[in-house]
Ligand binder design. Structure first.
Ligand code: HEM
Length: 85
């Protein structure tokens, strides 16, 4: 989802990007069957996180560890600074 020919500013996390022709849930006939559930879970989890903490920011990139990208692309450990409301 970082092809600069498809996405302006591909390295910016912009949840309002529209249109957003990403391939996170695959494409075509094998498009992810669980995409609506995954989106609902993400919406609920992010809302709870943002309700609980504000001013979430990444403290340092030095301690970030990643998943095995052959299995799943994503971070395993991401230290953040938070401010409680
Ligand atoms: C963030 C969470 C998820 C991501 C990123 C994701 C990603 C994907 C991707 C990329 C594919 C296509 C694989 C391919 O083309 O070979 C896929 C297929 C599929 N996903 Fe997900 N998925 C997620 C959550 C879920 C959930 C929660 C369920 C079920 C409750 C689910 C069930 C399926 C099934 C059954 C397929 C196969 C669809 C088919 O082949 O017709 N996924 N998923």
């Amino acid at each position: 989802n970082r092809d600069p020919d498809r996405f302006p500013e591909p390295d910016v996390l912009d949840v309002t990007r529209s249109p957003n022709p990403h391939l996170t849930f695959g494409h075509g006939i094998h498009f992810c069957f669980g995409a609506p559930l995954a989106r609902l879970e993400a919406r609920i989890a992010l809302r709870m996180l943002l309700d609980r903490f504000r001013d979430l920011s990444i403290s340092t990139y030095d301690d970030v560890t990643y998943q095995n990208p052959a299995v799943l692309v994503g971070v395993r450990h991401l230290p953040v600074d938070v401010v409680r409301p």
